[in-house]
Ligand binder design. Structure first.
Ligand code: ADP
Ligand code: MG
Length: 469
């Protein structure tokens, strides 16, 4: 039975997740309609319950029958360090809300929230499931230079849906940079402020599929009418509409109707409007009516803050240096960075090893083995400042305090040694110094290293921290 279940699960979760979370599971026994599975740790159990409970329930019901129950047996470490299984009887409860449906149901095998999106004609108010993920809130969205405009525009829209110049609000940016998160945040915030408003989040893919179904069933009018009754329509990944003329046409009518009635539209796209090929001109020009705001790759500090936030909400603790290493290693995709964080935790829970910087390095380097990396000036500054327990702002400032001056010189020295940056660029990052100052700093550090044994120890210590094998 379990093998069948695994086959179904494998088809429904990303391979990485399958390997991490499902391969380590062992089926222990099946008594009646209760299937007992053994998981490697408490953390595994919690993670499965939180993220995959719906999938698990659905799968075992299919295999065993509608009354199927799942029990976990958790391998516990006892004090001696040997592992012995013990069983907790935790029937997967039906009421338990899935905290993160986006993770739990990557293929949307859940019951369709708008199974029948079409309403009885003449009915003014519809009761729609907004399809919002409560984890993707503004509270959980870390602000940084990379997202300031998009975030504040989103916030303004949430305060006055339909009442700002940002209509539509188009959020665009690369993969894994927070478009979907921000789109949900706007929806959640509007729902909280204006409970009476009908908010709907829908992916372009789902919108398209619904439209295709409607065409098949001859009720495209109902389809269009349904969408025209929404107060706040959030459509994710509109680049997906490219080349789909009929869908675009339906969307065009919906767009016009909503816009004219002062309803809010929020759209996301992985490209700026000008680069959206295969999109009708009249739609593109409408996208430009409001505001297009982009999400950029977050800087190191913001990435660290995002990881910290994530750890805080998931109740995870990790050594600071591990978090920094992670943020430093994976820079261009937040989803990937979070994925690495989770595998790290899963691995350590699987091997019963605590996460040290070395373990993290091994893991993360495997994760990103194909991307070439270079230590950045930013990272060097961060490591040096931590080492001397100084705030990084001081290093970037012009201050001449002795302890800062020395740390700054060391950062310049490593930046010259380990990055391809020009002296001028290094100087600019370190309190706006010119290239001569950087050269001088490098010489000073070299001299000190030759004459001062303690200083040499510092330097070697730092170099170890900075070097990536
Ligand atoms: P996109 O839709 O642009 O591909 P997502 O919105 O799915 O990206 O974001 C990927 C992951 O990164 C999500 O887990 C999201 O919560 C997280 N994330 C992105 N930006 C932020 C941010 N500024 N603060 C906190 N988490 C973020
Ligand atoms: Mg997205």
């Amino acid at each position: 039975v379990w093998n069948n279940c695994m086959a179904v699960i494998k088809d429904n979760v990303p391979l990485q997740a399958y390997k991490t979370w499902f391969e380590p599971i062992q089926a222990v026994k099946l008594k009646g309609n209760v299937l007992v599975i053994q998981v490697p740790s408490q953390f595994f159990y919690e993670w499965l319950e939180e993220h995959y409970v719906e999938l698990l329930k659905k799968t075992i019901r299919k295999e065993i029958g509608p009354d199927a129950k799942l029990e976990y047996s958790i391998v516990m470490e006892n004090k001696q360090g040997s592992a012995s299984p013990y069983t907790v009887k935790i029937p997967t409860s039906d009421k338990r809300a899935v905290k993160n449906p986006a993770v739990a149901m990557p293929l949307d095998i859940s019951s369709n929230p708008i199974r029948n999106p079409f309403i009885i004609p003449g009915l003014r108010k519809v009761n729609v499931d907004s399809n919002l993920n409560p984890n993707y809130s503004f509270e959980n969205f870390v602000e940084g230079d990379c997202n300031r405009l998009a975030r504040s525009a989103g916030y303004a829209v949430a305060e006055k849906p339909g009442g700002t110049a940002f209509n539509p609000l188009l959020i665009y940016g690369g993969v894994g940079l927070g478009k979907t998160h921000l789109a949900h945040a706007i929806g959640i915030s509007i729902k909280n402020r204006f409970p009476g408003k009908t908010v709907l989040y829908v992916s372009s893919e789902k919108f398209t599929n619904q439209f295709i179904d409607a065409v098949k069933n001859n009720n495209t009018n109902d389809f269009v009418h349904f969408y025209q009754m929404i107060d706040v329509l959030i459509i994710d990944d509109v680049q997906f509409f490219a080349g789909k003329e009929k869908t675009q046409e339906a969307f065009f009518h919906i767009f016009n109707h909503l816009h004219q009635s002062g309803k809010q539209l929020v759209l996301t796209s992985d490209k700026p409007p000008v680069e959206l090929q295969g999109m009708e001109q009249r739609l593109l020009s409408r996208f430009k009516w409001g505001l297009s705001a982009d999400l950029q790759v977050p800087d190191l500090e913001t990435r660290i803050a995002i990881l910290q936030k994530k750890m805080y909400t998931d109740g995870i603790e990790l050594p600071k240096e591990v978090v920094e290493y992670l943020a430093y290693s994976i820079s261009s995709n937040i989803r990937e960075m979070e994925g690495a964080l989770i595998s790290l935790i899963a691995q350590s829970s699987l091997n019963k090893k605590s996460i040290t910087l070395d373990l993290a390095r091994q893991m993360i380097d495997k994760f990103v083995k194909n991307t070439a990396r270079e230590v950045s000036i930013e990272y060097i500054q961060k490591v040096v400042c931590d080492y001397f327990d100084l705030p990084i702002e001081l290093m970037k400032s012009k201050t001449r305090k002795r302890e800062v001056v020395q740390a700054r010189q060391i950062a310049m020295y490593f930046s010259k040694k380990m990055t391809k940056s020009s002296l001028a660029n290094i100087g600019m990052h370190c309190g706006g110094k010119d290239h001569a100052t950087v050269l001088h700093a490098c010489r000073t550090v070299n001299n000190l290293a030759e004459t001062d044994k303690n200083f040499r120890v510092y330097l070697e210590d730092l170099e170890k921290k900075l070097s990536v094998q």
